[in-house]
Write a protein that binds this ligand. Structure first.
Ligand code: AP5
Length: 237
């Protein structure tokens, strides 16, 4: 009873704190660390705008836009798409003063500097940076067994997070696909690119307020609980 009362008090304090600034979150981590899975959870739970550069690029490819055509060869070989194409795409999505969760951006030190400048101008700096850590070998296994919905972008894993009906998305019933960059040789290239070009972003934010590292090898629900904690949201005991 005493524990429940304490938790309710914490909820109240948490909600009052939350009423001030909306969460502006960067989710960072290697390919397959669970950024998309956690970003979708956060955006649904806290009504944040989910900005996934990978999803925007894939949508552009599906629509056959100029951006999509320019990005295709980079994506299929696991390389980063050039910064100028990415930054203007994100700038559009960051307009307004609501909360957001960035998934897959920034991915190079240059992108991080440009993001800081854009947000400083708008007076809405990042207030949470969450790093999901997973070992490379586990990522290869995770990504080879990932299946994605081409309609809503939700991801599944054939062993740890299978769809309710085999081969079909739980949300919209679309036939699930394997992403072309989820082949082993491309996955290994994406991991190499992450270590070389994205790890410097971690150093960039090392002293920023609200930086938290989370063990991304824990189960999806435990990672969600820790992500909630990292945001200072009230968490059940
Ligand atoms: P993008 O789409 O961003 O791919 P990524 O960063 O490589 O990340 P993924 O989407 O593969 O993985 P994730 O971390 O979201 O994991 P997920 O939640 O799906 O980028 C694709 C390409 O676009 C890049 O290679 C680049 O070419 C280009 N690009 C994108 N952004 C760019 C930028 N800013 N600059 C330049 N180029 C850019 O989970 C993976 C699997 O694991 C799923 O099956 C899931 O069900 C499962 N899973 C999740 N969490 C857990 C858990 N805790 N335990 C067990 N299984 C789990």
């Amino acid at each position: 009873m005493k524990r429940l009362f304490l938790w309710l008090c914490l909820c109240l304090v948490g909600l009052v704190a939350w009423a001030g600034e909306p969460p502006r979150v960067i989710l960072i981590g290697p390919p397959g660390a669970g950024k998309g899975t956690q970003a979708r959870y956060l955006s649904e739970k806290y009504h944040l705008s989910h900005i996934s550069t990978g999803d925007i690029l894939r949508e552009n490819r599906k629509q056959g836009t100029e951006l999509g055509q320019k990005a295709a060869a980079y994506m299929d070989s696991g390389k980063l798409v050039p910064d100028d194409l990415i930054v203007s795409m994100v700038a559009e999505k960051l307009e307004g003063d609501g909360g957001f969760v960035l998934d897959g951006f920034p991915r190079s030190e240059a992108q991080a500097v440009l993001l800081d400048t854009m947000l400083a101008k708008a007076g809405h700096p990042i207030n949470s940076v969450i790093l999901l850590e997973v070992k490379d070998n586990d990522l290869v296994e995770r990504l080879s067994l990932r299946r994605s919905c081409p309609t809503c972008q939700r991801t599944y894993h054939l062993k740890s997070n299978p769809p309710k009906k085999e081969g079909l998305c739980d949300v919209d019933g679309t036939a699930l696909i394997q992403r072309p960059d989820d082949k082993e040789d491309v996955i290994r290239n994406r991991l190499r690119v992450y270590h070389e070009q994205t790890e410097p972003v971690l150093r960039h934010y090392a002293t920023a307020p609200g930086v938290v590292k989370i063990d991304g090898q824990l189960g999806i629900e435990e990672v969600q609980r820790r992500v909630d904690e990292a945001l200072g949201a009230p968490v059940a005991p």
